[in-house]
Design a protein around this ligand. Sequence first.
Ligand SMILES: [Zn+2]
Length: 392
Amino acid sequence: MALGVGSGVRVIFGPEPPPHGGAAPKGGAAFLGSSRCDPGPQPQVTEFPSNGAPSQAIGSGPMQDVFDLAPKVELHLHLEGAIPLDTLWQIIESHGGDASVPTREALGRRFEFRDFPHFIDTWWWMTGFLRSEDDFTQIAEAVARYLAEQNIAYAEVSFSPTDFERHGLTPQQLATAIRRGLDRVPDTKVVLNVDLVRDSGPQRGSATLESVLEIAVEADVRGINIGGSEHDHPPEQFAAVYRRAAEAGLRLTAHAGEAAGPASVWGAIRKLGVERIGHGVRSVEDPSLVEYLVQHQVPLEVCPTSNIRTGVASGWDDHPVHQLIEAGVNVTISSDDPSFFNCSLASEFRTLSAYGSKSMEQLTMAAIEAAWATEAERRELVEMVRAWWEEN
Ligand SMILES: [Zn+2]
């Protein structure tokens, strides 16, 4: 399959160059050339406009900068949290609408979170409209286009089957429908992880895993994850599920050190044998854990804006990501649920760069190294990123 990203940057996983699918403006290279002389972005403590619609914020403006245009890799993205709001609006309307969001503008306001419980409530409300295989094909295609538009060359996207059992959808149906939508967008490479949702418990997690294994190769599901309530469901509960996934050849990550503290990260490492940690930012509370992470170079999938929006961090200035990078932890940057948090991978890099620690190129290379890509895919990504930064 061919894979390419916009603005003239292209990586090919196959013999044929793909049609240009990106939305970058002509003359991007010239703009970048001049941007190198600019003082760079100024520190931003917060950047949460009221309307959380990434499709409006990304890839559509004439003044895309280096963060928009550079090829990127996203390791921690939830499919359901990345649906462009225009697509979600179409789906809600197709199911007869909802009284709480009479207009598209009202839908945007629905994503202005008061607090973390409100976020969970909105997630559950939103997933209530994803009821059919066609819905999943539609959102997968929309998310893939959103990724391609912002020059994300490779993404690992999680989906959460147990959230949709209430609609009678099986994990196999979901994975097939999602893959169908992703394959309509050849300009970005998207592989899947299954989120076993710790709140569903290990037994349902195990059943979901077995279902997914039936279709893992066909749907290109490469790994497992557990999101959800870290306090109520510590990693240890899922040890047997993770063992089974590893035996079946799937790769392993888990949300930890986000809502819960360092003990959850230790649990994920020692009891689940994870290769990466989702978030992991609260590792800074335990110096011996930071030392372990540095020594073993365990990649963290850090999503700064998500942490700020859910109250894990109070802001960019004192976000643990700075301390983790400073200590030498293997940090990668992702966007988690960009539709919910009104952020993008580009905006994460833009803000982080103002603090002047690791460069975007270094962080992207770290993500490529930590990705569950094939060696051929990894080589192509490395070459593409290196070539782009040399040229720009
Ligand atoms: Zn997440």
